[in-house]
Design a protein around this ligand. Structure first.
Ligand code: GSH
Length: 223
């Protein structure tokens, strides 16, 4: 039996979705973020030393890192349905987007979250203008232009094919879902990018996506 160590409002939601797409039996072990810090509880460190989610166990295998988990499950149990055949251009695209999600897209989204919180968070009045000034500068000079470029680039890529790896839905689309959902609440992704917007609409209506929401509980992305 596969166990998903699932943190509320987190990247592990996409593992539940993948397992629903694959139609595999699995159990969900839930962990709740600390309401103040939003960090995972220490019990997750008993499963994996870094204490982050997602982590899965599958027999003797314990695996962390969402891209590795998605690729492992889809390759091992997907019978070729969610991973394009090796040595095809689609497989290369699949690999690219599988790594792009956490490697290129999440870092600026995380920076946006952190600097937004610095700008709006409580702090002594005499520090406020300095902290806000620094946060605003970093966002304006680096984070926002970078996000803008990334969104424009992805919009262009989805103009070439409906899904990230090509004409067929693949596990790379599942891996890309979390940063794109985060971009929609945090980085201004909206209808003005019609391809990316349609991607989000399309994934949200998939029955497996809906079932995963029922299994995972509340899924409100951090702003
Ligand atoms: N690159 C890792 C990131 C893992 C990660 O940061 N997970 C977040 C949830 S979205 C987490 O566990 N946060 C709570 C914490 O850091 O304590 C992955 O894709 O699995």
């Amino acid at each position: 039996m596969i166990t998903v160590h699932h943190l509320n409002n987190s990247r592990s939601q996409r593992i539940l979705w993948l397992l629903e797409e694959l139609g595999l039996p699995y159990e969900v072990k839930r962990y709740e973020r600390d309401a103040q810090t939003m960090l995972a509880p220490p019990e997750l460190r008993a499963v994996h030393p870094l204490g982050k989610s997602p982590v899965i166990s599958d027999g003797d295998v314990t695996l962390a890192e969402s891209g590795a988990i998605v690729d492992y499950l889809a390759s091992r149990y997907g019978n070729g349905t969610l991973v394009p055949r090796a040595d095809t251009p689609e497989h290369l695209r699949y690999l690219y987007w599988m790594h792009f999600a956490e490697g290129s897209l999440m870092p600026p989204l995380l920076l946006k979250l952190i600097f937004d919180r610095i700008e709006s968070g409580p702090m002594p009045f005499f520090v406020k203008p300095i902290a806000r000034g620094i946060a605003g500068k970093v966002k304006g000079a680096m984070v926002l232009p970078n996000l803008e470029r990334l969104l424009t680039y992805m919009e262009g890529e989805l103009a070439k094919s409906e899904w990230f790896a090509g004409a067929q839905f693949s596990a790379a689309d599942i891996q890309m879902s979390f940063p794109l959902e985060a971009a929609s609440v945090r980085a201004g992704l909206d209808q003005s990018r019609p391809k990316l917007w349609a991607f989000l609409k399309n994934i949200h209506t998939r029955p497996a996506y809906q079932r995963a929401l029922e299994k995972g509980g509340k899924y409100d992305l951090l702003r």
